[in-house]
Design a protein around this ligand. Structure first.
Ligand SMILES: [Zn+2]
Length: 79
C-alpha cells in the first residue's frame, strides 16, 4: 500500500482507526501501555448485544467520515 509517487498529506481517519496497545517495560520493570493508532480499513465495527453467553456479534458498516478508505484528505486534527 506504499506509494512513493503521491506525497499528498493525509490523515488516518479518526473515526474508524483501530487503536493498538503497545506495552513497553522500563528499567524499573514498570509496564507502560501506549495507544498507537493503526490505519483503519474504512469500516466501523461495533459489538451487538446477543443473549447468549460467549457469543459476540460484530456489525460492520462503512465509515461515513472517510467513505470506506480509512484516510482523510489533508491534515485533520481529532475532533
Ligand atoms: Zn473512517
Amino acid at each position: 500500500m506504499a506509494s512513493m509517487t503521491a506525497p499528498k498529506m493525509r490523515t488516518v481517519c479518526h473515526r474508524c482507526r483501530p487503536m493498538s496497545n503497545h506495552r513497553t517495560e522500563d528499567e524499573d520493570g514498570v509496564i507502560q501501555v501506549h495507544q498507537i493508532p493503526d490505519t483503519g480499513d474504512g469500516r466501523l465495527y461495533r459489538e451487538l448485544p446477543f443473549p447468549a453467553r460467549g457469543v459476540v456479534l460484530i456489525q460492520s458498516s462503512e465509515c461515513p467520515d472517510c467513505h470506506g478508505t480509512g484516510w482523510l484528505d489533508g491534515f485533520v486534527t481529532p475532533g
